[in-house]
Design a binder for this molecule. Structure first.
Ligand code: UDP
Length: 247
């Protein structure tokens, strides 16, 4: 299972060359190893392959709307190259490959300073600091609890070898909400007095994102089970303990 890459926008903006290298050269090395060992190979791809999508929700058949030379392009294009490489190794060398397009995922054990929206907002809410909404907060995301995500990934890895399992599969939660709504929900569930402030929107920040999971549903008999409320409560509990222990 090849998951190596920075995946938080903050991280890949700080490590642009490393992100390109691990997605391109790292995938080449690991799939070469899988070919040699006759191993099954699962590559962690991303909803970023759809860029700033012009269709919503995004089915796997959508080719995306990516700015190759924008600051996010280092992640998006490395993952798109990795998908092309994996498909070529499957078609040309017969490697038993899988491609999971992972959408926004959250849960316990995220780093407090990961930079992504759910961990940022929870840490800010628990410390009584303002929640930093980028742009107007009208952009949307769809958040999958980590246990659901892992279950989908394992089902894809374990699915019997058949022609249609090699094509990309979206693994994410289709419950879509605006960034402002997620901020309000986190304030409410954590019982925080924090207010919301607005900061500039990062370059090429996608305006909408929501997976079409019909393929995962049919192929893997999978759909997410954990509600946003339950997932957020469990994540807030984790961060409450974590912050207490690091005080
Ligand atoms: N975001 C925000 N405040 C933050 C962090 C992120 O408003 O403190 C927004 C960000 O601009 C994006 C969304 O939340 O629209 C999700 O950002 P994240 O970095 O979690 O991942 P992305 O989905 O962009 O890869």
């Amino acid at each position: 299972m090849h998951f190596a890459s920075p995946a938080s926008p903050r991280d890949y903006l700080e490590m642009p060359i490393q992100t390109l290298k691990v997605g391109a050269l790292g995938t080449h090395k690991t799939i070469g190893l899988a070919k040699h060992a006759k191993a099954r190979f699962l590559m962690a791809s991303t909803s970023e392959t759809y860029g700033d999508p012009l269709v919503n929700p995004q089915p796997e058949s959508y080719w995306g709307n990516v700015n190759p030379i924008g600051s996010r392009g280092v992640y998006d294009e490395a993952k798109r190259f990795a998908e092309a490489l994996v498909m070529a190794y499957h078609r040309y060398h017969g490697v038993d490959t899988r491609i999971a397009r992972i959408f926004n995922t959250y849960g316990p054990r995220m780093r407090p300073h990961d930079g992504r929206v759910v961990s940022n907002f929870i840490v800010q809410a628990l410390k009584g600091e303002p929640l930093t909404v980028y742009g107007s907060g009208e952009q949307t995301r769809s958040f999958c609890f980590v246990e659901d995500e892992v279950e989908g990934l394992i089902r894809l890895l374990m699915a019997p070898n058949a022609e249609d399992v090699h094509l990309p599969v979206n693994i994410g939660n289709p419950h879509e909400l605006t960034v402002l709504e997620i901020a309000e929900k986190i304030i409410e569930l954590s019982g925080s007095n924090s207010r919301i402030i607005f900061e500039p929107l990062p370059e090429d920040d996608p305006k909408v994102r929501r997976p079409d999971i019909s393929r995962a549903n049919q192929l893997l008999d999978w759909s997410p089970k954990i509600s946003l409320e339950e997932g957020l409560e469990r994540t807030i509990d984790y961060f409450r303990l974590k912050l207490k222990n690091t005080e």
